[in-house]
Write a protein that binds this ligand. Structure first.
Ligand code: HEC
Length: 82
């Protein structure tokens, strides 16, 4: 809620200014969809569990027993680009 109130206030203040700032852009976003996907997987933590190369790894806690994160390179072959 505070975030939205702050955003609204910022928008009002910016709207009242004599000069408009440049449009906000997310400089880290790559126009290459593969690079963008790689970054999203990192930011969302996918590569933390599935490894940087997404090949999966042993991911066990004693109370869960033995668990492996899926090898997403195998799973990815079953999906089309859409
Ligand atoms: C907390 C660890 C963890 C994180 C974070 C995580 N995963 Fe997983 N993921 C797993 C585990 C464990 C499995 C295997 C589950 C199973 O086999 O029942 C799995 C399975 C999958 C599968 C199924 C693969 C198959 O062969 O059926 C996909 C797809 C997947 N994850 C994608 C993602 C994506 C995309 C993200 C990031 C948005 C992500 N995962 C984040 C732990 C994680």
């Amino acid at each position: 809620m505070r975030f939205w109130a702050g955003l609204l206030l910022t928008m009002l203040l910016v709207g009242c200014g004599a000069e408009r700032p440049d449009p906000v852009s997310f400089a880290a976003r790559s126009p290459d969809p593969v690079k963008h996907g790689e970054r999203v997987a990192l930011v969302l933590g996918c590569s933390g569990c599935h490894r940087a190369d997404l090949a999966g790894q042993k991911w066990s806690e004693p109370e869960f027993g033995t668990v492996w994160t899926a090898n997403l390179t195998v799973a990815a072959a079953e999906f089309d680009d859409a």
